[in-house]
Design a protein around this ligand. Sequence first.
Ligand code: HEM
Length: 488
Amino acid sequence: MLWTIFLLLNGVVILVLLFSTRTRKKNEPPLDKGFIPWLGHALEFGKDAAKFLARMKDRHGDIFTVRLIGKYVTVLLDPNSFDAITNDTDCLDFTRSRNQVIQRIFSLQLQSINPTAEREWMEQHFRGLSLSKLCGSMNSNLQKLLLSDQNGCSPSEWRQDGLFSLCYSLLFRAGYLTLFEKRDNTTEVYNEFRKFDDLLAKLARCSLKREESKTVTLSRERLWELLSPKCLRGESESNSWQQSYHHFLQENGIDAEMQKKALLLQLWTTQCNAGPAAFWLLGFLLTHPEAMEAVKSEIRGLTLQDTSLQRPPINLLEAHSTPVLDSVLSETLRLTAAVMIRREVVHDKVLQMANGQEYHLRRGDMVCLFPFLSPQMDPQIHQEPQVFKYDRFLNHREMKDTFYKNGKRLKYYTMPWGAGSNICVGKDFAVTAIKQFVILLLTHFDLEMCDPEDKMPPVNASRYGFGMLQPDGDLQVRHRLKRTQNES
Ligand code: HEM
């Protein structure tokens, strides 16, 4: 027995030494392993990835390799060189590491699905006529919910809410009603989803405490049940987006158990970003009165033929351009969208940087782009990058798209939607939904901060890398239907 333990310990020590002895080879990016064997920089990275990577950028520049839990990750922070990563499907692979994360978070295995076929299936629904139908349905669901949430309040009564809860809850429930089949359990699904989403970053990093682990497991099981469609039980045939997804999975030979789990992945992908984005946007407007006035003035200028919430709306967004609101949305996403684009190096690769320098990437390592740091928060591209400037993306009432770094015009000056073959499929739907929501709210409701001196809450630093950031805390607001609405 003692002998076995001794051998095991020896094995572990040899492995640790093996992983610790990696040295930088000629032409490889600067290597920073951190002091802790095997773990490397994992603790600092998990706590606040943006702060850690900014520190590494100061030390090493636009490209470096760090050690995280036994893996070597090369981080590239030069947006002019991003295409060399996002366009390479020969040496770099997206699916294997994505499948591992999906397995860990959603307990889901979809290996038999061809990612290109899945993407094509998704794109059908978020383009052309299908997209128009989804946007129309989203708009009417938002209106219904905004009105029904007022039931029980006397017309001129103010209601107090956290702005984050208000935005997330409304956009989530409207999105769920638009894409999913069940219509009678929206609030329950939303409440359960928030418990799951709150622990998601820790679940992905395997850093849950025992109690949290129980909560997340129960919550996930409850969501599988809540989402389980009637069609899985042979009870209904509808033509919803969810029904179409169900057929797609069936055609690809996914069994009933995995189909149930896949729905939670889709719920997360389609519903976890728009609500937080609307929160940041409205929060910035409330704390920047000149921006609020510019947006309100633009909305007033839209020819509102029917301003009643009760009657079907004309599709204002199809008929009119809204450059100020577009600039506010781009600026909001620049400050609060923080995706990490990851690829696995499956064959040794020579990375050609925009400045002509070449770096060797080793097979088995990961490559990661973190556009939040650069281009989005890069002071060489955006002056005073920490500051919200509502007209940053505005150029004489047109959207500005000319930004430079080191005198070179940038293709990627902000990247909230990702890039290349994995760029967000739902971008147009998300942009329309957020704008619809903001226009509805500002047109039909009085909305103000409970305390005019309040500041925006800080960012929850553990969520860097998981799409839209979320606040640590909330901004208290009060709202009521506008007088003209009360009287109609
Ligand atoms: C502000 C809102 C949103 C932001 C910032 C956002 C951002 C992103 C990003 C960065 C990716 C790529 C992830 C990666 O490379 O790992 C992505 C993927 C995706 N998004 Fe969005 N998204 C938003 C809203 C939505 C909405 C509302 C939908 C659908 C209703 C949607 C559907 C998808 C899908 C299906 C993918 C997967 C694409 C693929 O794997 O090829 N997104 N999103």
